[in-house]
Write a protein that binds this ligand. Structure first.
Ligand code: GRF
Length: 208
């Protein structure tokens, strides 16, 4: 059984999708044992508490040096014997130390089809604004491993979502979450916990 830490900053709907998938038995070899928030007021913390999942708040601003923040987060995850870290709307950049300590063991969910609309500055509604501005007909979500370059690590699963007439960034964000993010994130986590993801260079192979 793998111990999963979910890192959050906001509403936590992706955390909820993971909790629900776990409840349905869809992550048989993993258990969410820790929720870490960068924001003490994140609603995601309440979701964790109502499901009896231990929580911890770690704020970047409580550390004068970034490297001390990086070490504190790494130490916390290691002290809890975490096997998989899931970034589910986590708004603080991860440091080199934690990324190295959990190489190919950190999964992020990004609300576009990488390599479109990703990289620094592409977060939240901005991603959907840019997709609508460019006039693409299809967008989606990507679950991928995290490396030192933003949105660059090996892709695990992607799912496409159609853009419709009259879409606003808010409407599109909701559709991408419902049709893609909440589906592929639990699937990627289950694959990892079942040892079904082989990383080859900057790509993954999903094992049968
Ligand atoms: C999602 O759109 C996710 O793709 C992005 O941040 C948002 C988090 O939403 N990285 P929630 O907190 O899971 O509701």
């Amino acid at each position: 059984m793998k111990n999963i830490a979910v890192l959050v900053s906001g509403g936590g709907t992706n955390l909820q999708a993971l909790i629900d998938a776990q409840g349905r038995g869809e992550i048989p070899n993993g258990k969410i044992t820790l929720v870490v928030s960068s924001n003490p007021n994140a609603y995601a913390l309440q979701r964790a508490e109502s499901n009896s999942i231990p929580t911890k708040v770690i704020r970047r601003k409580d550390y004068s040096e970034f490297s001390n923040y990086d070490t504190a987060l790494t130490d916390l995850l290691q002290s809890k014997n975490i096997d998989l870290v899931v970034l589910a709307g986590f708004m603080t950049i991860l440091g080199k130390k934690v990324i190295k300590a959990f190489e190919n063991k950190i999964i992020n969910i990004h609300p576009s089809l990488i390599p479109s609309f990703c990289g620094e500055g592409f977060y939240g509604l901005k991603v959907h604004e840019k997709a609508l501005e460019r006039g693409v007909k299809i967008t989606g979500a990507t679950a991928h491993f995290v490396d030192e370059i933003c949105d660059n690590g090996p892709i695990i699963i992607q799912k496409a979502v159609e853009i419709q007439n009259g879409d606003t960034p808010e409407i599109l964000q909701k559709r991408v979450m419902e049709q893609a993010e909440w589906k592929i994130l639990p699937k990627a986590v289950a694959l990892f916990c079942n040892d079904k993801i082989k990383v080859v260079g900057n790509k993954t192979e999903i094992l049968e």
